[in-house]
Design a binder for this molecule. Structure first.
Ligand code: ZN
Length: 121
């Protein structure tokens, strides 16, 4: 299973490499030098899957059976595989990668500050 570079359309990324691609760790194409990152469609797909799993968990707790949460997790695995297989990589610019890295640092600093505040109060 090979995935295409979004810039030059050559199939050169293996599935193990694609699993490690994120907005802060894009893949650099060895042929054209273009950056390949995750598509925004993955975020669009992730939100309803999160709601599905949360809803399955709530229904399981209320009905005291494992069936809803098990079914929701199985459906999430199937949807996750389908989006991994069929949603193509997206071209990214170095500026977009920089913005994502800055936002990650801001998120980590804010999280550390919030945890410190909660521990010390
Ligand atoms: Zn390329």
């Amino acid at each position: 299973m090979m995935f295409a570079c979004p810039t030059c359309k050559q199939h050169l990324y293996g599935w193990k490499r694609v699993l490690r691609i994120s907005a802060v760790t894009p893949a650099g194409c060895p042929l054209c030098g273009g950056l390949a990152g995750p598509s925004w469609w993955k975020v669009v797909i992730f939100v309803p899957v999160l709601l599905l799993v949360t809803g399955g968990f709530v229904v399981s707790v209320l009905s005291r059976t494992w069936v809803p949460v098990t079914g929701a997790l199985a459906a999430a695995c199937v949807i996750g595989f389908l989006q991994f297989r069929f949603v193509p990589l997206a071209a990214m610019t170095a500026r977009e990668v920089f913005v994502h890295r800055v936002l990650l640092v801001v998120l980590l600093v804010c999280s550390a500050g919030w945890i410190t505040y909660e521990v010390l109060k």
